[in-house]
Ligand binder design. Structure first.
Ligand code: BDR
Ligand code: CA
Length: 332
């Protein structure tokens, strides 16, 4: 077996975050060192409990879960309940808890000294493991808080992969902005400017091509009924949203693409560039990519523009099927 990739996930556990967490936990290619949650799709408390639900589904008890910031750096928090539902879990949390058992309600809001706690959390993992990849699939508030507190916090990080932003395509939250960068643009901009490694931007240019349809859910159910049923239930609300707001039959599952890119780097391709995130007015959250090198600045990002979506889905199916065979949970 190839060496496992050490990763940390920072997320705002909503629907597609749950699928990203699932993919990393079930993939033998990945060693998930920790999960930190942040407010975004839903409150940080919901994100915390939703993450615990995914752990419960997969009988995962060992991964550290850190509850991070409950609000963006500067802006007021605006959650995406129309996309991910009130519970951030496609409105299935009650049903889920009845089926899989109630989760322990042990959420503690980490307001006091949060930046210091975040630095400790990140450093513990990055400094004590080889080639750690930090994957951020929510607003980048936690990363920015840690970097502001300790500018060298990520000095040993191997890569930073960010689901967020858009280059040549329209936004999903404003005409020009993608949700994660729109929610906390100051944080995203800070990370782009201060990251010691190029931020790998897995933006809407590529994630919009990852559309999970009912047919695909059927395929997944045949490969692993337990995970298939979970995916079917959790994406139901999300599919309705896509039909109503985007005229898409199916749903765009952005976050798992960032994980798949770590497992198989031939899924995405793009180019190096200097990128900034706008903090104000109607361009709030826009990722401005200097693709023509107009400003003659050193590239601080890799912008992905091409995606092999078949390759993504084959990987997704494969890991789900293998997990079913391994755990004997094929048809639970
Ligand atoms: C991103 O925003 C959230 O709604 C999703 O979880 C994803 O991380 C897509 O714009
Ligand atoms: Ca997310």
């Amino acid at each position: 077996m190839k060496e496992q990739k050490n990763i940390i996930i920072d997320c705002d556990t909503g629907i597609d975050d749950s699928l990203a967490l699932m993919l990393s936990i079930i993939s033998e290619d990945i060693n998930l060192l920790g999960v930190s949650v942040v407010a975004g799709n839903t409150t940080v408390e919901n994100a915390y409990y939703n993450t615990k639900r995914v752990f419960k589904l997969l009988k995962e008890n060992d991964i550290e879960l850190f509850s991070g910031s409950s609000k963006p750096l500067v802006k007021d928090l605006i959650i995406a309940d129309e996309t991910h539902a009130d519970d951030g879990f496609g409105n299935i949390s009650k049903e889920f808890d009845e089926e899989y058992g109630h989760i322990k309600k042990d959420f503690i809001k980490s307001e006091e000294n949060i930046s210091k706690k975040l630095v400790k959390y990140f450093r513990d993992k990055i400094d004590n493991n080889k080639n750690v990849i930090l994957v951020t699939i929510g607003p980048m508030t936690n990363l920015a808080l840690a970097l502001k507190e300790d500018p060298n916090c990520f000095e040993n990080v191997h890569r930073i992969v960010s689901m967020g932003g858009c280059f040549r395509v329209h936004g999903n939250t404003s005409p020009v902005a993608e949700f994660n960068y729109w929610v906390d643009p100051e944080a995203a901009n800070y990370v782009y400017h201060n990251s010691p490694v190029k931020v790998e931007m897995v933006g809407l240019d590529v994630t919009r091509k990852i559309v999970l349809t009912e047919d695909k859910v059927e395929i997944i159910k045949k490969k692993n009924n337990k995970l298939g049923r979970f995916i079917e239930k959790i994406t139901n609300f999300y599919m309705d949203f896509h039909l109503e707001y985007e005229n898409i039959v199916g749903c765009v599952i952005n976050d798992p693409l960032a994980i798949a890119h770590i497992i198989d780097d031939s899924i995405l391709s793009g180019f190096d560039s200097f990128t900034e995130v706008s903090e104000t007015s109607i361009t709030r959250g826009q990722s401005v990519v200097d693709s023509q090198n107009f400003y003659k600045k050193k590239p601080n990002s890799i912008i992905f523009t091409e995606v092999d979506s078949d390759r993504f889905f084959n990987l997704f199916y494969d890991r789900i099927e293998k997990y079913g065979k391994k755990g004997g949970e094929l048809n639970e």
